[in-house]
Each structure stands twice: as C-alpha cells, then as structure tokens.
Design a protein around this ligand. Structure first.
Ligand code: DX5
Ligand code: ZN
Length: 228
C-alpha cells in the first residue's frame, strides 16, 4: 500500500502559514491534515471552513484532509464541502448517529473517516465498514487536542490488531495514525499497518520543513517527487 505523509498544520507558525504550505507542496507533500477543534469536544480551538478555503487557494491541488474534533460534526459538513475539502474524519466518541453522519459526508462528495481515541475499540466500526461507507480509520496515538505529545506505546498493538481485523473481514479502509509520530517510530507504525501518516511537530520543527520531510521520506524509502 502506498504510504502518504500528511503534515498537520497545527504545528505551523500561523503568522506565515501560506508560505509554509507552499514549501510543503514544493517538497512533494500531496495532503494537508487540518485539525478543527471546538473547545468543547477537546479543550482547544483552531480554525474553521472559511480559513480552510483560504488555505486551498494557496495550494489548489493539495488533498485537504479534515480531522473534526468537535461535538457537532454534522453542523460543519456542508461548509467543508463548499470549501473544497476532500475527506472528513469524525470522532466515534462524538457522533451519536455515526451511520447518518458518514452517509452525509459521502452524499456531499467527500471521503469518510472515523477517528478513535486511544481507549476506544475499533470493533464498533463493524457495521459502517460492512455498509461500505468507511474509507479511513484514524487511530489516535495520543489523546486529541494538542500537538507535540508523546506517542502512546500501546497504539502499535492496536494498529496491528486493526490491520488484522481488516484482513479477516476483507475491508479496504485506509489506516491513518495521528499523534506523536517521529522519525524514530514512523517505520514501526507503517510496519504495524498504517499507510496514512499524520505528522505535526516533527515536520515543522526548527522551521526546517524541507529537511524534516526528506528525513521521513528517506526513512520510509518514499519518492515524494514522483508524479502520481
Ligand atoms: C492532535 C491532532 C494532531 C496533531 C499532531 O489532536 O489531531 O493532528 O497536530 O501533532 P504531533 O505530530 O505534534 O503529535
Ligand atoms: Zn489530527
């Protein structure tokens, strides 16, 4: 499976975000991970659909991958679709009507994802996976809300079990990981079964995005400059 690196702009310096996003694109990055937080589902606040629309004008071909950490995901879906978002991931813990929410995301022409907090079992996704409306499972490898936290070690076993479960049932969702990914643990999560790798601080650290991206690409033997 193709491995995708998706920088989380949460770790960027927002006073020069446009320029930084252009640097990511120049270094072969094809997907941006956009964390929307509402100060209610998680104790932090970020940005919303209007700002995402602005980001998309800077890098029009970049895939926009939204991670909703909000209590009312449904309220934002139309505006996210209108902003040009390609994929929306909602939290299982926040969605009382997960089937309906995923159907709505699909009807709006976007890909679906479900994020699971560290303590949430993936088996509760059985029926949405069977219904064929689950494109991605986001295994949170930290508690959501903040960048720069340390990877929770038991996550590796969870990713492996999820990959085994996917194989057993013949599902084809992508496994995404998010939180505390570094140059030292990235190979381990890919080996466990993740192919969509969200990276915040380790991409933006020292304001050396080019060097940091290259280090991840080298470690995973990826050719990011190859045309897809
Ligand atoms: C945390 C967010 C992450 C965060 C990852 O709630 O969902 O996307 O930006 O940042 P790092 O890689 O620094 O843990
Ligand atoms: Zn995220």
């Amino acid at each position: 499976m193709n491995v995708v690196l998706a920088p989380s702009i949460l770790a960027a310096n927002f006073s020069r975000l446009g320029e930084d996003i252009k640097i990511l694109a120049k270094n072969g990055i094809k997907a941006l991970h956009l964390d929307i937080m509402d100060g209610h589902f998680v104790p932090n606040i970020t940005f919303g659909p209007d700002q995402i629309k602005d980001f998309s004008t800077v890098v029009p071909t970049m895939e926009l991958d939204v991670h909703l950490m909000v209590s009312d995901a449904d309220a934002l879906l139309e505006r996210l679709a209108a902003a040009g978002v390609n994929s929306v991931t909602v939290h299982a813990e926040a969605c009382g009507h997960l089937y309906r929410t995923l159907m709505k995301i699909k009807d709006l022409g976007m890909k679906t994802g479900v994020a699971l907090n560290p303590a949430t079992p993936f088996t509760q996704l059985l029926y949405v996976a069977e219904a064929g409306i689950l494109d991605k499972v986001l295994v949170m490898t930290v508690e959501p809300g903040f960048g720069g936290q340390a990877y929770i070690p038991m996550s590796t076993r969870k990713i492996e079990s999820l990959a085994g479960w996917r194989r057993e049932f013949g599902f084809d969702f992508v496994i995404q990981v998010d939180g505390g990914i570094t140059i030292d643990n990235v190979e381990m999560v890919v080996k466990a079964g993740a192919s969509d790798i969200v990276i915040g601080s380790s991409i933006f650290k020292n304001n050396q995005m080019d060097k940091n991206i290259k280090a991840f690409a080298d470690r995973l033997k990826l050719d990011l400059m190859e045309e897809k």
